[in-house]
Design a protein around this ligand. Structure first.
Ligand code: IPM
Ligand code: MN
Length: 360
């Protein structure tokens, strides 16, 4: 298969982790005879530094004409100092999501057997966790009208949802639940927000088309608690933009590190794949950031094009690295490996057909 992949490494540790993800994609293309053509472009703080724009036209053009986008991370602390700053790196990612209509952000959360003892949560709580978050990504309070009064004493963010925005992601989430353990949990704040009441109404209606799927509801605050108390109760979680952002970071504790969670953002045409972690400015350039979330995002990219064996190869290599403790300091406080070392191990494991060396 021939794919054109737009590479947007972005800020902080983004370039380091994307470099490893590309190494792994190259190993896959070598093994399976695919052709992946990369087109690199700037986004975020680095794009502001170069052009004044967090999403330059050229980047948007490269992304729209690519088959898929592999994204690193975004954000730079220098923009946090000035709360009145009108141009921020994050706007690059937000505009990209909006322009490409990437309305469904899919974030799988699983527990890894070999990491269970390292979790901050008890083994019996984490064991067997396997759920997937469907986060709405182009609506809600992130994109509603915003106002900052001239005297600087009042600010307004608006949360707005339309039925069609809810329906399209709800269908995707129900389809996912149908092919999994057939349970869908809608997370909202329907006791307070009218937008949440609209979500419930639409999702209840849509559930009639998926009779095999059991639907239940949780308020976002209760859900935050339940995710930590009993994560195994969840199969597919459907939620709006901001709750999805907050709850997916909370859920990352279950896997053992936020450096493990990958995501896919699906729209009408080009899909985007990115780790859920941020730019981790303190680790920038130090070669110890965990590349696994970026590598697993590349696996999600391959799955999106039905390259199932290829994606499976990557996931097996990741599991092996975890089993053998060939991991970065977030997962391995004593004998940790560098970002590059982990990437090299994954590449060698994928290319070594018999896996003779590492199974010894
Ligand atoms: C994420 C990030 C973004 C978000 C930021 C960088 C704008 O936290 O992808 O989860 O809030 O959506
Ligand atoms: Mn987030």
């Amino acid at each position: 298969m021939k794919l054109t992949i737009a590479l947007l490494p972005g800020d902080g540790i983004g370039p380091e982790v994307i470099h490893q993800a590309v190494k792994i994609l190259d190993a896959i293309s070598e093994k399976y005879n695919h052709t992946f053509e990369y087109k690199k472009a700037d986004v975020g703080a680095i794009a502001i530094d170069k052009t004044g724009n967090p999403l330059p036209d050229e980047t948007l053009e490269i992304c729209s004409s690519a088959d898929a986008i592999l994204f690193g991370a975004i954000g730079d602390p220098k923009y946090d100092k000035d709360h009145n700053a009108t141009i921020r790196p994050e706007q690059g990612l937000l505009r990209l999501r909006k322009e490409l209509d990437l309305y469904a952000n899919i974030r799988p959360v699983i527990s890894y057997d070999y990491l269970i003892h390292k979790s901050n949560l008890k083994k019996e709580i984490v064991e067997g966790t396997d759920f997937i978050i469907y986060r709405e990504l182009t609506g809600g309070i992130y994109f509603g009208e915003k106002k900052f009064s001239e005297d600087g004493k009042e600010a307004i963010d608006t949360c707005k949802y339309t039925a069609s925005e809810i329906d399209r992601i709800a269908h995707l989430a129900f389809k996912a639940a149908k092919s999994r353990r057939k349970k869908l949990t809608l997370i909202d704040k329907a006791n307070v927000l009218v937008t949440s009441r609209l979500w419930r109404k639409r999702v209840k209606e849509i559930s009639k088309s998926y009779p095999g799927v059991q639907l239940n509801f949780l308020y976002a605050n209760t859900a935050a608690m339940q995710l930590i108390l009993k994560p195994t109760q969840f199969d597919v979680i459907l939620t709006e933009n901001m709750f999805g952002d907050i709850l997916s970071d909370a859920a990352s504790v279950i896997s053992g590190s936020i450096g493990l969670l990958a995501s896919a953002s699906i729209g009408k045409k080009t899909a985007l794949f990115e780790p859920i972690h941020g730019s981790y400015p303190k680790a920038k350039g130090k070669n110890f950031a965990n590349p696994l979330a970026a590598v697993l995002s590349a696996a999600m990219l391959l799955e999106h094009f039905q390259l199932i064996d290829e994606a499976e190869d990557i996931k097996n290599a990741v599991e092996k690295s975890i089993e053998l403790n060939i991991t970065t300091p977030d997962l391995n406080s004593t004998n940790h490996f560098s970002t590059t070392n982990v990437g090299n191990f994954l590449r060698d494991f994928i290319l070594d057909d018999e896996n003779t060396f590492y199974n010894k």
